[in-house]
Design a protein around this ligand. Structure first.
Ligand SMILES: CCCCCCCCCCCCCCCCCCCC(=O)SCCNC(=O)CCNC(=O)[C@H](O)C(C)(C)COP(=O)(O)OP(=O)(O)OC[C@H]1O[C@@H](n2cnc3c(N)ncnc32)[C@H](O)[C@@H]1OP(=O)(O)O
Ligand SMILES: Nc1ncnc2c1ncn2[C@@H]1O[C@H](COP(=O)(O)OP(=O)(O)OP(=O)(O)O)[C@@H](O)[C@H]1O
Ligand SMILES: O=C(O)CCC(=O)C(=O)O
Ligand SMILES: [Fe+2]
Ligand SMILES: [Mg+2]
Length: 334
């Protein structure tokens, strides 16, 4: 750990001790919730994260928790995914994405054609992932007690066809979100099998969440790029990278400004992960007009118009408010 982190830890221990007493008298007297002073910007003290873990998230913008989801749960998600691919169930609102090269070349049936399921919030079995108590316990450290599941995904990264389209360019998820504050948003991403460099694990730039939201656009890749796979226009190529190799059930929580992506899948298996983006229901929507997010906002509105026939009175913010689901506490401003 760095010297800065050592210092921070000392300060934190001290504050936790002295404020523990304040909190005890405060809550017993007035039954109000206690707010930690802004020593640590990204997490709150709910007794779940250790001081070391809080400092690690502060510094790196992500934290990996091993074996958080059971094999039984993951097997159930996988079965449901197969049922969806075989069209045995029809899920309202679900967006099924095929890899761009597969979609544009041959017709492939079933799970082998599917790169990603998006917006599975109406599928009870998959949505169970977003409500797992052991996940929410961690999520609360970042969002606070009122929690919305804003965006749900099951990623089935296909074997690369040779065009490198299975890569996901380096990006910040906040680019897609018209709500703030960023620090009250977190992604949980769980490996559904062993994920390693060969099948395209997540690649992150630790500490990049300290920066601002950068301009995103389609990367200029010869072999084509999947729809909405925007990448950061300019990021420092010398920034240290970390490959997150994970076992089945391991879960990473990461900040929406953290720059991340995933490499090619060079195996012949489909690399699976399930994820949810959570936000505090006390977040607020912002207008992205005139900002770098205008490009994605237009694409999403176009898709909503095509898929649901809605007109342009449905805003980018509305598409999120319609998809978000409360999973803990009260629905406030979201
Ligand atoms: C009432 C309001 C409700 C609101 C609904 C709004 C829905 C919005 C959903 C999207 C939100 C996205 C934001 C979330 C991101 C959060 C942060 C995470 C970061 C990411 O994950 S970035 C990547 C996100 N990617 C996507 O979201 C892709 C979404 N998927 C799609 O848009 C569709 O699946 C797609 C690609 C349009 C295909 O759908 P569909 O029209 O059903 O498919 P067709 O087979 O009919 O093909 C039509 C046309 O598209 C071409 N195609 C197919 N697949 C791809 C692809 N992967 N990339 C590019 N092009 C593709 C296909 O060849 C056809 O082309 P033609 O030229 O023949 O017309
Ligand atoms: N030319 C590129 N432009 C933008 N992003 C890229 C480019 N090449 C790779 N990436 C992104 O960088 C990340 C890692 O890619 P890649 O699979 O090449 O891993 P790597 O770190 O080079 O490891 P390996 O050496 O195992 O390939 C992914 O998010 C990928 O989409
Ligand atoms: O699973 C992956 O490849 C990464 C997906 C991702 O970062 C995203 O969809 O936002
Ligand atoms: Fe992402
Ligand atoms: Mg490489």
């Amino acid at each position: 750990m760095s010297r800065a982190a050592d210092r921070l830890k000392v300060v934190l221990n001290h504050l936790d001790r002295s404020h523990g007493a304040v909190r005890a008298s405060f809550t017993s007297a007035q039954n109000v919730s206690y707010h930690h002073p802004q020593v640590l910007q990204y997490t709150s003290d709910t007794g779940v994260l250790t001081p070391e873990q809080r400092i690690a998230y502060e510094e790196n913008g992500f934290i990996l928790i091993r074996k958080l989801v059971s094999d039984q749960d993951i097997d159930r998600f996988r079965k449901e995914f197969e049922r969806i691919c075989k069209r045995e169930v029809k899920v309202p609102g679900l967006v099924v994405m095929r890899d761009v090269t597969i979609a544009k070349s041959e017709y492939v049936e079933g799970e082998k054609a599917v790169t990603k399921l998006q917006d599975y919030q109406e599928d009870l079995e998959l949505f169970r992932y977003c409500t797992l108590p052991q996940i929410l316990k961690y999520v609360e450290c970042f969002t606070g007690p009122n929690i919305m599941a804003m965006h749900t995904m099951l990623i089935n990264k296909p074997p690369d066809t040779g065009k490198k389209t299975s890569r996901h360019p380096m990006h910040q998820d906040l680019h897609y979100f018209p709500f703030r504050p960023a620090d009250r948003i977190v992604c949980s991403w769980t490996a559904m099998e062993k994920v390693h460099r060969g099948n395209g694990c997540l690649v992150v730039l630790p500490g990049s969440h300290h920066g601002t939201l950068l301009e995103h656009d389609y990367p200029e890749w010869e072999g084509g790029v999947n729809k909405m796979y925007h990448g950061v226009r300019n990021y420092d190529p010398n920034h240290p990278r970390v490959h997150l190799e994970m076992e089945k059930g391991d879960t990473v929580f990461f900040h929406p400004l953290l720059i991340h992506g995933s490499g090619m899948n060079q195996t012949d298996g489909f690399r699976k992960a399930i994820s949810c983006h959570y936000a505090s229901s006390d977040c607020y929507y912002i207008d992205v007009k005139g900002t770098t997010q205008e490009n994605i906002s237009n694409e999403v509105k176009e898709l909503a118009a095509k898929k649901y026939g809605v007109d342009d009175t449905v805003t980018f913010q509305d598409t999120w408010a319609l998809r978000g689901r409360l999973v803990q506490g009260d629905r406030a401003s979201m």
